[in-house]
Write a protein that binds this ligand. Structure first.
Ligand code: B12
Length: 215
């Protein structure tokens, strides 16, 4: 039994098979994080590649997303949680106009498992709503996810709004999502960028340490 089979079943949109394979892998004691990354995430990305090449249509893209969303809760309880005092408070949001939240949810999962208190704002969030939420919960970090080239400017808009309100130094701002790069993050003046959920934690950890030491 390999995580490759899980990825392939998702790519082929074989829901029942994918679910059985995930359950079997968990029962056999496979590493849940590996099932997540090498199985589910690789599978959904393969669906996206097929969509990008015109081999799958929107309906199939949606089917793949629904399948991934059904599989994630099977793995979630198997990942161990860090019960210690929260390391910090994070507001995580997918930006305005963007309806992708699977990656954001993985980042939330990983940050929570690593001791952060995370407020999930869901998707399609106007910039000011994100800022108001950060103020309300006294966040340390604002995390912004964007998957579309047409929506990444909204990440920059949040940073601009923070500057205009005189709040830029108050929050660590990290950006991520399939359409972003380190170069983009630097260009818009974000504090950090992460390629995946594991790196997101490393980046937030590093920036929080720096903030604690007087940023
Ligand atoms: C699933 C999916 C959908 C689903 C989303 C459902 C959902 N609930 O999320 C649905 C069907 C709704 C959808 C719709 C559309 N989609 Co779509 N979708 C995808 C797909 C296949 C997978 C996205 C995903 O979940 N990836 C897996 C996760 C784990 O990866 P991730 O999101 O990148 O997140 C990881 C990292 O980026 C990082 N990360 C993410 N966020 C953050 C935040 C921070 C702060 C940090 C540090 C890190 C971080 O960590 C995550 C975990 O490792 C991608 C293809 C792909 N390769 O990603 C296309 C894709 C993103 N979609 C695409 C398109 C074009 C669309 C539509 C415009 C299609 C249409 N014609 O209607 C619409 C747009 C809707 C909208 N307004 O947003 C294009 C985008 C092209 C572009 N670059 O602009 C892609 C790349 C497909 C393609 N190859 O063409 N989509």
């Amino acid at each position: 039994m390999s995580t490759k089979e899980i990825a392939e079943a998702i790519e082929q949109l074989e829901g029942t098979k994918a679910e059985e394979l995930v359950k079997k892998a968990l029962n056999e004691g496979a590493n849940p994080w590996e099932i997540l990354q090498e199985g589910i995430v690789k599978g959904i990305k393969a669906v996206g590649d097929k969509f990008g090449k015109g081999e799958y249509f929107l309906l199939e893209l949606q089917e793949g997303a629904e399948l991934a969303e059904k599989l994630l809760p099977l793995v979630r309880p198997k990942l161990t949680t860090d019960q210690s005092k929260p390391k910090g408070t994070v507001v995580m949001a997918t930006v305005k106009g963007d309806l992708h939240d699977i990656g954001k949810n993985l980042v939330i999962m990983q940050l929570s498992l690593n001791g952060y208190k995370v407020h999930d704002m869901g998707m399609d969030n106007p910039s000011m709503n994100i800022i108001n939420k950060a103020k309300e919960v006294e966040a340390d970090v604002i995390g912004l996810s964007a998957l579309l080239l047409s929506t990444i400017p909204a990440q920059e808009e949040v940073i601009q709004n923070l500057k205009e309100l005189g709040l830029r130094e108050k929050y660590v701002v990290v950006v991520g999502g399939g359409a972003t790069t380190q170069k983009w993050a630097t260009q818009i003046g974000a504090d950090g960028w992460g390629v995946d959920a594991v790196q997101a934690v490393a980046v937030v950890d590093r920036l929080m340490e720096k903030k604690g030491a007087g940023k």
